[in-house]
Design a binder for this molecule. Sequence first.
Ligand code: FAD
Length: 145
Amino acid sequence: MTPSLHRIVYVSRNLMLRCDAADVEPVVAASVERNGRVGVTGLLLVHAGTFVQALEGGHRQVMETYGRILRDKRHDQCRLLSAEPAAERLFGDWAMCARRLSADDRAILETLALRQDFDPARLTGPTALKLLQAVRRIQTTRVAA
Ligand code: FAD
C-alpha cells in the first residue's frame, strides 16, 4: 500500500438549475487543471439532483480540495461518506471526470438496487464507491469503443 494515498467519497445536493453537461463543464474544466497539478484523481457523478464524487491522492491534497468543494455554493448538504487510506488509485485515469447517468445506465442503478428511489440519504461509503466504480467501468468501455 502507498502509505500516503488517501480516498474520500462524498455526496451533496446539486444546486445548478438544469444540471446538464454544460452546467457541470466549468467545474470539470477548472478541476482537471487543479487536480492534475496536485496529483488528485477522481470521478464526479451527477444524478437525480445529486453529486457523488470520489477524490484520491495525497491526504493533504485531497483534504484541501474537499475544503474548497465544501465552500462552493453550487451545491449544499455535503456529506462525507468515507475518508480512508487507499491501497491503490481506482480512478487513476482521470484528473477529474464527470459523468451523468442516462436511461442507458439503468443497469447500474438496478444492480445497486438504487433505481426505484434514488435516495442520496441512503448512500453509504461502500455503496457510493461501488456505484462510482461501475460508472468508471462503463465510461472506460465507451471511451475504448
Ligand atoms: P474560487 O475560484 O475563488 O471561487 C469561489 C466561489 O465562487 C466558489 O466556491 C463557487 O461557489 C463560486 N464559483 C467559482 N467559479 C464559478 C463558476 N464558474 N460558476 C459559478 N460559481 C462559481 N475543485 C477542484 O479543484 N477539484 C475538484 O475535484 C472539484 N470538484 C468539484 C465538484 C463539485 C460538485 C463542485 C460543485 C465543485 C468542485 N470543485 C472542484 C470546485 C471547487 O468547489 C472550487 O470552486 C474550486 O476548487 C476553486 O476553489 P476556490 O476556493 O479558489 O474558489
